[in-house]
Design a binder for this molecule. Sequence first.
Ligand SMILES: CCCCCCCCCCCCC[C@@H](O)CC(=O)SCCNC(=O)CCNC(=O)[C@H](O)C(C)(C)COP(=O)(O)OP(=O)(O)OC[C@H]1O[C@@H](n2cnc3c(N)ncnc32)[C@H](O)[C@@H]1OP(=O)(O)O
Length: 357
Amino acid sequence: MALTPLVYWAQRHKEIYLRVELTDAQNIDVLVLENVLRFRARGHGAKGLNEYCFSLEFLSPVKPEVSYKSTQRQVNITVRKEQHGWWDRLTVQERKPVFLAPDFDRWLDESDAEMENREKDEKRNRLRAAKHEEEGFVSLKMGYLFMYNLVQFLGFSWIFVNMTVRLFIFGQDSLYDTFHTISDVMFFCQILASVEVLNAAFGVVKTGVVPPLIQVVGRNFILFIIFGSLEEMHHRPVVFFVFYLWSAIEIVRYPFYMLGCFNTEWKTLTWLRYTIWIPLYPLGVLAEAVAVIQSIPIFYETKRFSIPVPKVFGTSINFCYILHIYLVLMFLGLFINFRHLYKQRKRRFRTKKRKAN
Ligand SMILES: CCCCCCCCCCCCC[C@@H](O)CC(=O)SCCNC(=O)CCNC(=O)[C@H](O)C(C)(C)COP(=O)(O)OP(=O)(O)OC[C@H]1O[C@@H](n2cnc3c(N)ncnc32)[C@H](O)[C@@H]1OP(=O)(O)O
């Protein structure tokens, strides 16, 4: 014959909790029909291993769907009230069934339950507000990044297209006046590119600070010190090669970032972004190194940027010695960024492959 297990109960405004004292319960059958909950299971109760069952007719209407969870020690049942509210007792009959007792572990009186509800609501509202704020911040960040990348893309596209068209029209002659035709836009784009170091430093984009710092310092050194400050360099073809190599990568990199702002990607563009640096970066550094080497005799003769030193060491340190050190730094910078880009490439294509599997 089936026995009755001990059942503990507690309520909230929306739910009823029942805890059935049965260990290792099996063949659990719980259902709610016309406001009556029927329970049957086999397990270890007060009378040892046996078949246990009970039924309860609730005081007010409840939803027919019932959820339960069996643990090693008990079966926890949750029934949802049809209408939110507080019940005076659990069952229709005024006399409490003998197997039923309050679950003091979960017991709350009405005002405490209201307080709990209020706290839950407040927490939910806080989370919702935080999510709203975060969404606002994310869209602001994406808007800003998109605009930044768009401006850079337009700038570098203008440079690249202009240089290509001039090369076709004027042939070799175009190599000699690149600085005069292009440098204003290049100055603008490269000054603006300093923002990339700040983006990395303030976590606006997920990358280290050192690679963009090397990139920005490296390029601006060539642009401002080697080309900008020496008129003798303005008509050298090396300016063409440096500017062309710089802009060749940027007309791919910035649209790649622009698509990224919309969580979109175009596979060919991604492949290009993470591949064409392999020939372009060493070529770019080589072109920059040629520019530095060509500028050394000019700095030597003109003594421009010479650093005055105390008389015991001589009169000044010629800037061309600094350039020798810079040449070494350039190859160190090339090594650091080449390794960084190689890692980024591997990470990118590995993630893609894993996603595809
Ligand atoms: C400490 C000072 C020392 C000074 C020493 C001076 C030494 C000088 C050495 C100079 C060597 C420089 C030579 C160089 O000028 C030569 C050339 O440029 S030649 C032309 C070829 N060049 C290139 O190919 C390099 C192009 N540049 C770059 O790739 C970047 O500038 C670089 C910093 C090198 C790498 O970029 P990053 O670290 O950002 O990698 P990712 O592109 O993979 O981006 C990582 C994630 O961040 C997201 N991100 C980054 N930027 C943006 C952005 N503007 N908008 C939106 N999102 C961005 C990107 O999407 C990645 O996110 P996820 O992984 O989620 O996709």
